[in-house]
Design a protein around this ligand. Structure first.
Ligand code: RB5
Length: 146
């Protein structure tokens, strides 16, 4: 299994560090693409870095954390082959894998607590895409990459 890529801006830095500890406890390999402190940075830079890592095949799934998760998801979804979901409940974290084959999970440190974030990550990592009737729609989504 390829490692998970993870990145945040300053507003998601603290939660990213906690999620990294959770991944370590779960023996899930990850690559941290920054940021590396709570000093102010621009979230598009980190979302872009993470998406490029997936596009280059270094990972097939990523986690992005900012204040809300929204800015990160907006940037991520402008990248070819990326289907990013900004979620704050476990039902959606699971469903976006099953139905949308989401490959990037986004959430906000100002929105979710650490316990919920770990549940979102767990649902995202352990849930398989269902394919079948969803494939035509995912192909439709991907058609806008062109
Ligand atoms: C930073 O203040 C904040 O705007 C950013 O982390 C994010 O929430 C943007 O969507």
């Amino acid at each position: 299994m390829l490692p998970i890529v993870i990145a945040s801006d300053h507003a998601g830095f603290s939660l990213k560090e906690q999620v990294k500890k959770y991944l370590e406890e779960e023996n899930i390999e990850y690559i941290d693409l920054g940021t590396n402190s709570a000093e102010s940075v621009d979230y598009p830079e980190y979302a872009h870095k993470l998406c490029v890592a997936i596009q280059e095949g270094k990972a097939d799934k990523g986690i992005l954390v900012c204040g809300t998760g929204i800015g990160m998801s907006m940037v991520a979804n402008k990248h070819k082959g990326i289907r990013a979901a900004c979620v704050s409940d476990t039902f959606s974290a699971k469903a976006t894998r099953q139905h949308n084959d989401a490959n990037v999970l986004c959430f906000g440190e100002r929105v979710v607590g650490a316990g919920l974030a770990f549940e979102l990550v767990n649902a995202f990592i352990t849930t398989e895409y269902e394919g079948g009737r969803h494939q035509r729609r995912v192909d439709f989504v991907n058609s806008f990459d062109k």
